[in-house]
Ligand binder design. Structure first.
Ligand code: F6P
Length: 318
C-alpha cells in the first residue's frame, strides 16, 4: 500500500482533529502518502482531495470542529455519486480510506467497501449512539459542555425558584442527557429509551417543592417531546414558573477533553494499521480495549441504555 486518504463526515464532533492528526502522522511514519478529503463524501465526489504532510496537522490536536470540514451528502446516497467517488479515489491512486463519522457515515463507507474500496471507520459523533463501542469521539466533551451549561442554568433557576428544562442533542440516543443529567444532579431525565408521563413528572416536581427544593432541572433529550409544550404543561399543572433552554450546537463545539483526544488518537492510528493490513472494518473501544469489528456488525446491533445509572439518578433526586 502506498496511498491512503482521510475524511470527516456528518455532524462534527470535538476530537475529530486529533484523529485526523493521528491518521496523517501515523500514515507518514509508515511511509504512506496521506490525502485529506474536504467536506466528507461531497469532497470525494467533487474531487476536493489534497495531499497532506506532517505540518498540515500541526496545532490542531486541541481544536474543536474539523479542519477537513464536513457535510451531509445526499448525492452520495445515489449509485452514480458513489461511482464518481470511486473513480476519484482511483485517479489519485488511493488504496485505503479512513472515514471519521457516525452511523450515516459508516453506511456510506459500506457502499465503498461493497465496491472494493478498503475503508476503516472511526466513530466520530457526540451522540454515543453506536452499539459496538462504549464511547464515540466527542461524547465526553459534549457531556462536559452540557454539565457546565447546566451549572449556569441552575444558578439562575435557584434565584428565581424555577423549573428549567434543558434540551440536549442525542439523535435518538439518551446517553448525553443521562450522563450529563447524572453529573448535574438533575431532578428529571427524559430520554427516548424510557417511558414517562406528564403526571409522573409533575408529581416529582411538586414533591421536590414540598421537600423545600428551590429549583428543579429537567434534562430532556432532543425529539422526546417539544420542550416549550412541556414547559407550558408544567407551569399550568404544577403552578411553578418553568423555562426552557435548548442547547443546540454549542454542545458540538469546543476544545476536546483529554479523553476524546486520546480516544481519537488511538482510533486514528489503529485505523491506519488495519488499512495497511488490508482489513476493512470499524474501530471502537470496548471494556477498556480497542477493538476492530466488521462494518455490518457495527451497523446492526442496538445500543443498550444504562438503565442502572438512570435509576440511580432518579433515586437521588428528591
Ligand atoms: O449527529 C450529531 C447531531 O449533532 C445530533 O445530535 C443532532 O440531532 C444533529 O447532529 C444535528 O444536525 P445538524 O447540525 O445537521 O443540524
Amino acid at each position: 500500500m502506498n496511498s491512503i486518504a482521510v475524511l470527516t463526515s456528518g455532524g462534527d464532533s470535538p476530537g475529530m482533529n486529533a484523529c485526523i492528526r493521528a491518521v496523517v502522522r501515523y500514515g507518514i511514519s509508515m511511509g504512506l502518502k496521506v490525502y485529506g478529503v474536504r467536506r466528507g463524501y461531497a469532497g470525494l465526489i467533487e474531487d476536493d482531495i489534497k495531499l497532506m504532510d506532517e505540518r498540515s496537522v500541526g496545532n490542531i490536536i486541541q481544536q474543536g470542529g474539523t479542519v477537513l470540514k464536513t457535510a451531509r451528502c445526499k448525492e452520495f446516497m445515489t449509485s452514480s455519486g458513489v461511482d464518481t467517488a470511486v473513480e476519484n479515489l482511483k485517479k489519485h491512486g488511493i488504496e485505503g480510506l479512513v472515514v471519521i463519522g457516525g452511523d450515516g457515515s459508516f453506511r456510506g463507507a459500506r457502499e465503498l467497501i461493497n465496491r472494493g474500496i478498503l475503508c476503516a471507520c472511526v466513530p466520530g459523533t457526540i451522540d454515543n449512539n453506536l452499539f459496538y463501542t462504549d464511547y464515540t469521539i466527542g461524547f465526553d466533551t459534549a457531556v462536559n459542555t452540557v454539565v457546565d451549561l447546566i451549572n449556569n442554568v441552575r444558578d439562575t433557576s435557584v434565584s428565581h425558584d424555577r423549573v428549567s428544562i434543558v434540551e440536549t442533542m442525542g439523535a435518538g440516543c439518551g446517553d448525553i442527557a443521562l450522563t450529563a443529567g447524572l453529573a448535574s444532579g438533575a431532578d428529571v431525565i427524559l430520554v427516548p429509551e424510557v417511558k414517562w408521563s406528564i403526571d409522573e413528572v409533575c408529581d416529582k416536581l411538586v414533591g421536590a417543592r414540598n421537600h423545600r427544593k428551590e429549583c428543579s432541572i429537567i434534562v430532556l433529550s432532543e425529539h422526546v417531546c417539544d420542550p416549550t409544550d412541556l414547559a407550558k404543561m408544567i407551569s399550568v399543572k404544577c403552578d411553578i414558573d418553568c423555562r426552557t433552554v435548548i442547547l443546540g450546537h454549542v454542545q458540538r463545539g469546543g476544545k476536546p477533553t483529554s479523553f476524546d483526544r486520546n480516544l481519537a488518537t488511538n482510533c486514528g492510528a489503529r485505523a491506519v494499521q488495519e488499512l495497511v493490513n488490508g482489513n476493512p472494518g470499524v474501530v471502537g473501544l470496548r471494556g477498556g480495549k480497542y477493538v476492530y469489528v466488521d462494518i455490518e456488525t457495527a451497523l446492526h446491533g442496538s445500543r443498550k441504555f444504562n438503565i442502572a445509572e438512570f435509576e440511580l439518578a432518579e433515586r437521588l433526586s428528591f
